[in-house]
Design a protein around this ligand. Structure first.
Ligand code: SAM
Length: 309
């Protein structure tokens, strides 16, 4: 584990949005380094049960140590938030937070293959007990499936070229490491893409990570479960990091807040004409310039909060 701590994004905003709620039970569905959790526990001495979920053993270990002063209220659970209803020890909660994506611990720990800045085996699993790795995706998916992932999960303009080049090069030799993948893709980028501040392979890496960890399906499964676990006046806060995630959350919240029947399947499926939530944040809450300058990774973060009716 590296020694750079994870900086919690939109920290003050999250704490402020839960501040007005009297909370007996709370779930942090993405515990990570427990920065938000600690703030919530400190700000809500009335809490009787605090559930922290993470699929990563290392995150759970760090959180256990950090939250030790509150250990009599804590239930730390290893699991995926797509199974939240099964994981939650109680029936109802007053607040639920999910801070999506990969923590800085993952990006900065080269060995886990999340970052093209470090040479490492192509792994990218947040839950290391899961079988699917990025190496498996890169070396066994068809050209069509690779292209679809790069287009849909990376919004990569050169998705066709990327898939084609991978399939060509892996026929010569299996692509095993982050640096090998970067080198394989190097010839496909036009000069103007290479001149940009963001490395050209960024979107391909993002797409592979989303596929390996089933990130979008997990969010789709999580949102209705979180809503049904909330007490009236309970709040659900979601921090997302890219437009694919934020779009899912935005649609779900809009449909849950609407008094029209919705079966679009894009967000949630609400078959009655009752609104289920009121939106606490109008639009998405974004980091301030000051936060972005202190923690550039917060740049794309968006926070949406809904209150159960
Ligand atoms: C951005 S970090 C959370 C940081 C935390 N809010 C803090 O303040 O330190 C996201 C964490 O969620 C975990 N995670 C991501 N997707 C998950 C999922 N589907 N189920 C459970 N944990 C998940 C990751 O392992 C990571 O530790």
């Amino acid at each position: 584990m590296n020694d750079k701590p994870h900086i919690s994004v939109l920290y003050n905003e999250v704490i402020d949005l839960f501040a007005p709620v009297e909370m007996t039970r709370f779930i942090d569905a993405t515990l990570g380094a427990a920065g938000h959790s600690l703030g919530i526990l400190e700000g809500h001495p009335e809490l009787k049960e605090f559930v922290g979920v993470d699929q990563d053993d290392v995150a759970l270990e760090i959180a256990k140590e950090k939250l030790a002063p509150f250990k009599n209220k804590l239930q730390l659970i290893k699991g995926n938030f797509r199974d939240l209803e099964k994981l939650a020890p109680s029936e109802k909660y007053d607040g639920i937070l999910v801070d999506l994506g990969v923590s800085s611990m993952h990006f900065d720990e080269g060995a886990r293959g999340f970052s093209f800045r470090f040479d490492a085996p192509l792994d990218m699993r947040m839950d290391q007990s899961q079988p699917l790795t990025a190496k498996e995706v890169v070396n066994s998916y068809s050209e069509g499936d690779l292209g679809r992932i790069f287009r849909d999960f990376g919004e990569e303009k050169y998705w066709r070229r990327a898939a084609k080049e991978i399939v060509k090069r892996r026929a010569e030799k299996e692509i095993e490491t982050t640096f090998e993948l970067r080198e394989v893709l190097d010839p496909i980028w036009p000069a103007y893409v290479k001149r940009k501040a963001t490395a050209p392979v960024t979107k391909v890496f993002q797409a592979l990570r989303i596929e390996v960890n089933g990130e979008l399906e997990a969010i789709r499964a999580f949102l209705p479960q979180a809503l049904s676990l909330l007490n009236p006046k309970g709040r659900l806060a979601v921090i997302s990091f890219h437009s694919l995630e934020d779009r899912l959350v935005k649609r779900f919240f809009q449909e849950a807040a609407s008094d029209k029947v919705s079966t679009s399947g894009r967000g949630g499926v609400f078959l009655d004409k009752e609104p289920h939530v009121k939106l606490v944040t109008r639009g998405a809450c974004k980091p301030t310039e000051e936060e972005i300058s202190q923690n550039p990774r917060s740049r794309s973060a968006r926070l949406r909060v809904a209150e159960k009716l």
